[in-house]
Design a protein around this ligand. Structure first.
Ligand SMILES: [Zn+2]
Length: 255
């Protein structure tokens, strides 16, 4: 079988080299095509200049392929299939919708400027108080003023939205609903929302009320809230009733 070697001409050698070269090119092409169909193969470097039809076979085309898509194609499906959620759907789930508020809590909700007195009836916090409570407060304030004692109202009537905001803040500050309930009532049970309670300051006024409040039917209701007063007309005759330790002991605060 050595006969062909000495008889091989330069032309036949060139033909053999060409055939071998074609076989190598064909083998490489087949291997590359097989590579592109392998799941997980990192094709990004190849696909930058690869044929666009091969992108359909790939599980996750790299961004460079999408950017190379022709401008005449139909609108991108991603643009319509995943719309941005409206911002109002991102409201916290714990916010009860019945107390939803359009804007900031303000004067109309019962917030009081510093230095508010029981005579500031232009403020909703004062004007919306129960008339009997407000009348008793004014009589007491007039009496106390003769001893240079001024009643400041730190909180009076509150809207349900304002009360709910205070409750949500208290839950955050006290760490639990149970502990917050010792200090802040719900919008449904709050005597402030009902217009039946005021918070009074400063301590000089509270000291005066401890001594004389029952003469006007003004009583501290909770042992842990020295500033919180309500109207108890029977106190004028028989003194203020025994206090609750805190609001959780008040039957009115039960949900
Ligand atoms: Zn109060």
């Amino acid at each position: 079988m050595m006969y062909h070697k000495p008889t091989q001409t330069p032309t036949r050698r060139i033909i053999w080299l060409l055939v071998a070269g074609l076989l190598i090119v064909a083998a490489f092409g087949a291997f590359r095509s097989f590579q592109l169909r392998m799941p997980g193969f990192d094709q990004s470097a190849i696909l930058i200049d690869g044929p666009p039809t091969e992108t359909a076979l790939l599980p996750s085309p790299p961004p460079v392929v999408a950017a190379a898509a022709p401008a005449t194609a139909t609108p991108q499906p991603e643009a319509t299939s995943e719309p941005t959620p409206p911002s109002e759907m991102l409201a916290p789930p714990n916010d009860p919708p019945q107390f939803a508020h359009d804007g900031e809590i303000g004067i109309a909700d019962g917030m009081v400027p510093e230095g508010t007195t029981v005579f500031d009836t232009d403020l909703p916090a004062i004007a919306n108080l129960d008339p009997a409570l407000l009348n008793a407060l004014r009589q007491a304030a007039n009496d106390a003023a003769e001893n240079d004692v001024v009643f400041n109202v730190t909180s009076g009537w509150r809207s349900p939205a304002y009360q709910n905001q205070l409750l949500q803040e208290a839950i955050v500050n006290y760490g639990s609903e149970a502990e917050a309930a010792r200090w802040v009532a719900s919008p449904e049970t709050s005597t402030h929302v009902a217009g039946l309670a005021v918070d009074i300051g400063p301590y000089k006024a509270l000291d005066w009320l401890i001594q004389h409040g029952d003469n006007f039917g003004l009583c501290q209701i909770y042992g842990n809230e020295v500033w919180h007063y309500e109207y108890r007309p029977e106190a004028i005759e028989s003194g203020c009733p025994e206090m609750y330790l805190d609001p959780t002991h008040d039957p009115r605060m039960q949900p």
